[in-house]
Design a protein around this ligand. Structure first.
Ligand SMILES: [Zn+2]
Length: 115
C-alpha cells in the first residue's frame, strides 16, 4: 500500500489516498480521449480531501450517470464518480497524482466509445 497525493494545477483541490495503483484504464469515450485520462478506480470514501470540495465543479453529459469533476479555478480534471448514491467508486485521473511515473503504468484499453 502506497500513500499518494493528488492535486489540481492551482492547488484549490487536493486529496490523499492510500492504495495500490492497478487496473489502470485508458478509455476512448468522448470525454476521456479529450482529457487524456489514465483512470484508477477507488472507493470514493478513501479519498481524503484536504481542501474544500466546493472547489470542484461537476459536468455530466449523455445519460448523466457519471459526474466528471474538475477544479473550478484552473480547470484540471480530477476524478469522475457516479451520479447515483449507491455507486461508491471514483475514477481518479492519475495525471493529478504527484511524483507518479505514468509511463511505467500498464494500462487496460477500455472501449467506452462503443458503450
Ligand atoms: Zn485548481
Amino acid at each position: 500500500m502506497t500513500h499518494y497525493k493528488g492535486s489540481c494545477h492551482c492547488g484549490a483541490v487536493a486529496f490523499e489516498i492510500d492504495g495500490d495503483i492497478e487496473n489502470v484504464i485508458e478509455c476512448n469515450c468522448s470525454i476521456c480521449i479529450r482529457r487524456g485520462h489514465k483512470l484508477w478506480f477507488v472507493n470514493k470514501a478513501d479519498m481524503k480531501f484536504s481542501t474544500d470540495e466546493e472547489a470542484l465543479q461537476g459536468y455530466q453529459f449523455g445519460k448523466k450517470h457519471i459526474t466528471h469533476r474538475f477544479c473550478k479555478t484552473c480547470g484540471t480534471p480530477m476524478f469522475s464518480d457516479g451520479a447515483f448514491e449507491d455507486y461508491i467508486k471514483a475514477g481518479i485521473n492519475l495525471r493529478c497524482i504527484e511524483d507518479l511515473d505514468l509511463e511505467a503504468l500498464t494500462c487496460i484499453q477500455y472501449d467506452g466509445a462503443s458503450k
